[in-house]
Write a new protein. Structure first.
Lengths: 78, 222
C-alpha cells in the first residue's frame, strides 16, 4: 500500500515536471520499456493541459454589491 | 465603501505584504480595508469556487459566504498563511461541503430508480450531461473561427468531466491546475501527508482522463 502510494506520488510529480534529474531518468527508463504506461502519462498530460486552459471567470457584480450592503449595514456579527 | 469587480491577484512579495497590511487594518475594524480585500480577491475566489462546484449560482452564493465568514473570522488571521491561501481555505471547505451535499442528492435520485449506479442510470445520467453539454455550447452563441469552437468544445468537455468526479479528486485538480498551489500548500490546506496528497492527485488525474476519454478519442488524443 505504502509502495503503491510512493509510486503514484512519484508519477504525479513526473506528470507535473517536479522530479529531479535522477528520479526523472528512472521513470523515463521504465516508460521506454512500457509503451502502455508511456501512453497513459501522455494522456494525463493532455488532460492536465485541458484543465489549465479553462478560462478565468469574473465574479458577477452582485457578489460585491451584497457584501457592500453588508458592510454598510455594519458587517457580520463579531 | 465601494467595491468593484476586478481581476486583482497578489503574486509578488510586495503585493502580499500590502495585502497582509490590509488584513491587519480590517482586523482593527477598518471596513474600507475589508472592502479592498473583497475587491482584490473576489474574482479569484469566484473562479476557484466555480471550478470546484460547477454551478454559477452556487459559486456566487459560496463566494459571498466565503467573504462573510472571512469578515467574522478576520481576527483568526495570524499571517502565517498568505492572505489568499487563508481565504481559499474558507472557500474550499464551503465548496467541498456543497459538493458532498449535491453528490448525496444525486445518489439518492439515482437510487430512487431502484438500480443505484447501474449502467442504465449511468447511461441516463450521461445522456443528460450530453444534453447539458450541447446546451452549454449553443448558449455560447454563433460559431466563430474553428479554433474558438474547438476550444469551447474542449472547455465544455472538461467541465462536464470535472462535474462527474468526487469532491476529493475535483479539489486537488482545481487546487493544482486552476489555482496553481504547490504540493506543500495543498497538503497543508487538506491536512494530508505530502505523499498521500500526490498519490491522490495522480488518481484524480486518471479519473479525469477516464471521464475525458470519449472526447480525447474523438480528437485522436487517446
Amino acid at each position: 500500500m505504502a509502495n503503491t502510494e510512493n509510486i503514484e506520488a512519484k508519477l504525479a510529480a513526473y506528470v507535473d515536471g517536479e522530479l529531479d534529474a535522477s528520479e526523472r531518468a528512472e521513470i523515463e527508463q521504465h516508460l521506454a520499456a512500457n509503451p502502455q504506461h508511456r501512453k497513459l502519462i501522455e494522456e494525463l498530460r493532455v488532460a492536465r493541459q485541458y484543465l489549465r486552459q479553462l478560462p478565468r471567470e469574473q465574479a458577477p457584480p452582485d457578489v460585491a454589491e451584497a457584501l457592500n450592503a453588508q458592510l454598510r449595514a455594519g458587517g457580520a456579527a463579531r | 465603501v465601494k467595491l468593484a469587480s476586478s481581476q486583482g491577484q497578489a503574486t509578488t512579495a510586495s503585493s502580499r505584504a500590502e495585502d497582509a497590511e490590509l488584513f491587519r487594518r480590517a482586523q482593527n475594524g477598518d471596513r474600507n480595508a475589508f472592502g479592498q480585500i473583497v475587491q482584490l480577491y473576489q474574482d479569484r475566489v469566484y473562479n476557484a469556487v466555480l471550478r470546484l462546484v460547477g454551478d454559477r449560482d452556487d459559486a456566487r452564493d459560496l463566494t459571498q459566504e466565503t467573504f462573510t465568514r472571512a469578515l467574522v473570522k478576520i481576527d483568526t488571521f495570524r499571517g502565517e498563511a498568505q492572505p489568499y491561501t487563508w481565504l481559499f481555505r474558507i472557500a474550499l471547505n464551503l465548496s467541498i461541503g456543497e459538493l458532498r451535499k449535491a453528490r448525496r442528492h444525486r445518489t439518492i435520485s439515482l437510487d430512487a430508480g431502484g438500480n443505484g449506479e447501474s449502467s442504465a442510470a449511468r447511461s441516463s445520467a450521461n445522456d443528460q450531461q450530453g444534453a447539458a453539454l450541447k446546451d452549454r455550447l449553443s448558449r455560447d452563441g454563433a460559431a466563430g473561427p474553428d479554433d474558438q469552437v474547438e476550444q469551447r468544445e474542449q472547455n465544455a468537455a472538461v467541465l462536464a468531466a470535472l462535474d462527474r468526479l468526487d469532491a476529493e479528486y475535483r479539489a486537488v485538480l482545481v487546487m493544482r491546475d486552476v489555482e496553481g498551489f504547490d504540493y506543500q500548500q495543498m497538503a497543508d490546506l487538506l491536512g494530508l501527508p505530502l505523499g498521500t496528497l500526490k498519490s491522490r492527485l495522480f488518481r484524480a488525474r486518471i479519473a479525469l482522463r477516464d471521464e475525458l476519454r470519449p472526447y480525447m478519442e474523438g480528437r485522436g488524443k487517446c
